[in-house]
Design a protein around this ligand. Sequence first.
Ligand code: HPA
Length: 275
Amino acid sequence: MNEIMQNIIAARDYIQARAQTKPQIAIILGSGLGGLADDVAVEAAFPYGDLPNFPVSTVVGHAGQLALGTLAGKNVVVMQGRFHYYEGYPMTQVVFPVWVMQALGAETLIVTNAAGGLDPVFDPGDVMLISDHINMMGDNPLRGPNLDDLGPRFPDMTNAYDPALRDLVLRVAATQNIPVQQGTYTGWAGPTFETKAERRFLRLIGGDAVGMSTVPEVIAANHAGMRVMGMSAITNKATGSADQQPDDHTHVLAMAKVAGEKLVRLLRSVIQEMT
Ligand code: HPA
């Protein structure tokens, strides 16, 4: 068997030997979204460093964990913290936890992130439902021998973000009076923020938001047959116009918290309504 498949199965078996929860939904919490984890009735949590074959985190204070439990009546597995391509991991390592969560039984992936607003009408603190993405990261997690046990060599990405789940989010948002933007997320390798010219380029090719995550995980999830829902917390204006303000990670994190509070409220209800 392919080495990656063996690694996935070893991580899955390790978790299943220590936790009863059979997750239906996998959730990746991005910057500022940690609040949702507080709502999870946790059965078991595993620091990434304890899990076989998980990427080894090199960044101090960046260590995350995988938590299994229940949230709004559903069995969930939650990634508190993710692995970014800009940290230097190969794409297969970035998406490894998605494969493990799928192997644990999760059929749905909810992915969240912080992103800059390419669309000039977006304001910091806005929430954006991802309708589609453009991979500008210059790499793909499925590059290499195909994992035939998971999915096809040439996966369809026509509805990478499940239309029925998008409808559900919009319905719940309307009911709860939570304003939601919609748009295309462009995946940027980083770790540099984009230049002004790069941002105008990303806008020109159809991007509404830009961030340094999500695209790899969504590709892996689609390949493995999961349905995907994605949400961005808009943290800064990224229009690349003449009045473009310099980027500051501290400001990004502060605004991720503002949008994150809305997002957490929305996601809680969406998960409750999911079938
Ligand atoms: N660019 C890339 N990633 C980001 C941004 C941005 O402007 N804001 C938050 N994450």
